[in-house]
Design a protein around this ligand. Structure first.
Ligand code: ME8
Length: 533
């Protein structure tokens, strides 16, 4: 962010705006939960955060979907946008803004942006001929198609996009954005900003596949449908998906309107999250558009892999999906958030299986974490009348190693969360949880309890366990929205001191009273029964 000594850093993070062409699944949810965890983490650091998500509501796919349902496109997207916002509430998504590309402010700004490009000579009128996939909302040249169909004379009459979706031949008048003009500028920008795209390998792919072969001008309007933002000077054309969609990240902050306060404060974005299939749009067209507008580029485009099913990428159009609300209703919001942020490895795809979901729930949450809390609360009741003792009251030979583990976990966690590598950050937290469980086995409190001379040392063991759980609860806050509170409540700790920045193991407040009977925070589930469900 652009902080000074007195003002907090700003942190602006975005997700793609999702097509409301079907119910959102746990793939879309992954991106949103990841952004949410980053936003919550930065708020805990004291940053001034703006977290944006939203919906991409124009285009042929939506127009067709609404028609099928006998609705106007507007009626259709209104219903979907409402459902999606409800879903994010259910999953405790803490977004500050929700942009819809049908918002009046957005549409007006798009018309202004388009006109500016036209006036500057960045956009020209021409004719488009090529293959179009409605499902991908994307154009392809014949050589880009995965498969082509031919008639008896060998003429190509159709085919499949790399995604597997059908394409159709499109011949129409179209406006084009002169991307070619900015090719050298973009190469140079990449060179000077080697961290612009993460993972870095994606940037090399862009250079090799799209920039070096020669950047093609991009068709940016359509006349074959009307559900979109019309061009003021030529209204039979509507702005085709990418200028409309990408601009959301700035129009949502008021760019192109009378009130640019948020834009002035938060642009350029710190991190823009995208799935790997839309890296091209965000690392080639988006920086070029911004440059043409005279605006700074986002600091980082962060591309993540796909959540896959056994038959490939989970996607709305394929229908091989798992719904987040189904999982959340059955297993709780924290189980879903934990699974997504733990199971997706950085830089790769992650396979969803019901077995894996249930076993992460059982092993990590119910066993490792749940049992540590249960045992700790029960023992503090038994050995210290329910009052959290001081860490200094005694000692054992195992304290130092536990304390060192906590210190290194805190440090590594902060590094990983700062990089959005949540799976690694969570693995760190679980190192402390495992270490604390092992500490119980090493110190054997039940044996110490038989020796009155060990009374103070036993109390110190109780304090060390409470201190470990306190650190765990604080670190889990960006990811889990209910569990940290439950841990604090069971330990009788006040929630007022949950900042991450100045966290230390020995800041445990003493004298608090734990609850008399701790409830399990994550009930174990029966794997066979659940997988069948
Ligand atoms: O592409 N695994 O919208 P969309 C992980 N409107 N993430 C996934 C996923 C999966 N299986 N499936 C979807 C669009 N996603 C455009 C974006 S932005 C200016 C316009 C996530 O509804 C991932 O973030 O198809 C992906 O990029 C996004 O949802 C695509 O959502």
């Amino acid at each position: 962010g652009k902080g000074s000594m007195t003002e907090p850093n700003t942190f602006y993070i975005t997700t793609p705006i999702y097509y409301p062409s079907g119910k959102l699944h746990i793939g879309n949810t992954y991106t949103t939960v990841l952004a949410d965890a980053a936003a919550r983490y930065h708020r805990l650091l004291g940053d001034d955060v703006y977290f944006l998500t939203g919906t991409d509501e124009h285009g042929l796919k939506i127009e067709q979907k609404a028609e099928k349902l006998n609705m106007t496109p507007q009626q259709y997207v209104d219903g979907m946008a409402e459902d999606i916002q409800k879903l994010w509430k259910e999953l405790d998504i803490s977004n500050d803004g929700f942009i819809r590309t049908t918002d009046e402010q957005h549409e007006k700004a798009i018309q202004k942006i388009f006109q500016q490009f036209l006036d500057q000579g960045d956009i020209y009128k021409g004719n488009y001929e090529g293959w179009y996939s409605v499902d991908d909302e994307e154009y392809f040249t014949e050589s880009q198609l995965e498969e082509v169909y031919r008639d008896d004379d060998g003429k190509v009459i159709g085919g499949k996009a790399p995604s597997g979706h059908e394409v159709e031949l499109v011949k129409e008048e179209s406006y084009f954005f002169r991307m070619s003009k900015y090719s050298d500028w973009l190469m140079n920008y990449y060179k000077e900003h080697p961290d612009f795209v993460e993972p870095n390998s994606r940037m090399n792919e862009m250079v090799k596949n799209f920039i070096e072969p020669g950047l093609e001008d991009l068709a940016v309007t359509r006349t074959a449908f009307s559900w979109g933002v019309p061009i003021p000077s030529d209204p039979k054309h509507v702005v085709y998906v990418w200028i409309d969609a990408l601009s959301n990240y700035i129009t949502a902050l008021g760019y192109g309107s009378d009130n640019t306060e948020l834009f002035d404060k938060f642009w350029p974005a710190n991190v823009q999250l995208v799935g790997k299939e839309i890296v091209r749009f965000h690392t080639i067209y988006w920086p070029i558009m911004l440059h043409a507008l005279g605006l700074p580029e986002p600091k980082k485009i962060f591309a993540h892999g796909w959540l896959t099913m056994r038959d490939g990428k989970m996607s709305k159009s394929k229908g091989n999906v798992v719904y987040p609300d189904t999982l959340a209703e059955r297993y709780g919001v924290d189980a879903v958030r934990y699974y997504l942020l733990r199971a997706m490895p950085y830089g790769n795809d992650g396979l969803f299986t019901p077995e894996d979901f249930v076993s992460k729930l059982n092993y990590d949450l119910a066993n490792d974490l749940g049992n540590l809390l249960n045992r700790t609360v029960a023992m503090i009741n038994k050995y210290d009348d329910g009052i959290i003792p001081s860490l200094e009251i005694g000692s054992t030979a195992f304290d130092a190693d536990l304390e060192e583990t906590a210190a290194s976990v805190i440090e590594n966690y902060n590094k990983y969360m700062g990089e959005l590598h949540t799976s690694d950050a969570l693995a760190e937290v679980w190192k402390l949880i495992s270490r604390a469980n092992k500490y119980i086995d090493e110190t054997t409190p039940w044996t110490m309890a038989k020796d009155p001379e060990q009374a103070n040392n036993l109390s110190a063991v109780m304090a060390h366990l409470a201190a470990s759980l306190r650190v765990v609860a604080i670190l889990l806050q960006p990811v889990l929205t209910n569990t940290p509170k439950a841990i604090f409540e069971q330990l009788g700790l006040s929630e007022s001191n949950l900042q991450i920045a100045d966290l230390s193991f020995d800041a445990l407040p003493t004298g608090g009273r734990v609850v008399e009977k701790g409830q399990p925070i994550f009930p174990r589930v029966d794997v066979d029964a659940e997988v069948a469900y």
